[in-house]
Design a binder for this molecule. Structure first.
Ligand code: FE2
Length: 285
């Protein structure tokens, strides 16, 4: 292996999520944060929610805490109202993103702002380094029209939430993990090459259609509702296999720190988890 030669990332493994429920009984598919893929440093959890049945989402996520990491909610369909104990409130609409840095702690609710129709999107949890875990909470929230959309090549459209496609930079700032988060739409036969920092952890989650990932004999097909964990490399090559395929491509710098997690608290040590629980109980969030 010559590390200086440009390398296209190969698929390390392909897996499907597992059905679960969270909040007050919202049905969703957990893709990262399961026994088969506990952690893809710095990514702690990935949930896909997608349903036309109100009974699957109507109970929402009533008041609950977070400390020590970031939650990223990307809506495809439906509307979700969030409200926290610091006075922040808003409605996420289709195509919007909320990148919430929980830092030292917030208590919030995430409730559907609709009683019927389709609800679809993703929530991703991204870890924070020890030095930022107790930082002040922060929101980076963008309406759909503020997320740049580009057509890097014919038949390929990319919404750039974080990171860059060519010269187009997404709005999210997070120096600790330097994330890439793209929502891709790729027509059959269209090819797309995305540069990624070589050492960043990266995954592709296909949510419609199918994509071929990688080059030549090493390529693998990833179907809808499958997650491909990517090996190291400085780019990823994707090719559409269905009339229209959609996927999120996500990458970030691994933190390589100890992870102590208990539900909505993600710290470095067990003592810090105990402290988080005590602080939450005492109303110090
Ligand atoms: Fe939450």
């Amino acid at each position: 292996m010559n590390a200086t030669v440009a390398s296209t990332r190969r698929v390390a493994r392909v897996l499907r999520g597992m059905p679960t429920s969270d909040g007050a009984g919202v049905r969703l598919t957990r893709v990262i944060g399961t026994p088969q893929l506990d952690l893809l440093d710095p990514f702690l959890m990935l949930d896909e929610f997608g349903t036309d049945r109100p009974e699957d989402y109507i109970a929402g996520f009533p008041s609950h805490p977070h400390r020590g990491f970031e939650t990223v909610t990307y809506m495809l369909d439906g509307r979700m109202r969030h409200k926290d104990n610091h006075g922040n409130e808003g409605v996420l609409v289709p195509g919007s993103v909320q990148w919430m840095t929980a830092g030292r702690g917030i208590v919030h609710s995430e409730m559907p702002e609709q009683e019927e129709g389709r609800m679809r999107g993703f929530q991703l949890w991204i870890n924070l380094p020890a030095k930022d875990k107790m930082s002040a909470p922060r929101y980076q929230e963008y309406a759909p029209e503020r997320i740049p959309s580009v057509e890097p090549t014919t038949g390929v459209r990319a919404k750039v939430i974080a990171g860059r496609v060519g010269e187009v930079q997404g709005p999210i700032e997070q120096p600790a993990t330097d994330p890439t988060y793209l929502d891709l739409s790729i027509d059959a036969g269209a090819r797309f090459v995305q540069a990624l920092p070589p050492a960043h952890s990266a995954f592709l989650y296909v949510y419609e259609g199918a994509l071929r990932v990688g080059a030549g004999a090493q390529a693998a097909t990833v179907n809808a509702q499958e997650l491909a964990v990517l090996e190291a490399g400085d780019s990823v090559l994707l090719e559409g296999r269905d009339p229209s395929s959609r996927a999120i491509l996500v990458a970030g710098r691994p933190l390589r720190e100890p992870v102590a997690r208990y539900g909505p608290f993600v710290m470095n040590t067990r003592e810090e988890i105990m402290q988080a629980m005590a602080d939450y109980q005492a109303g110090r969030f």
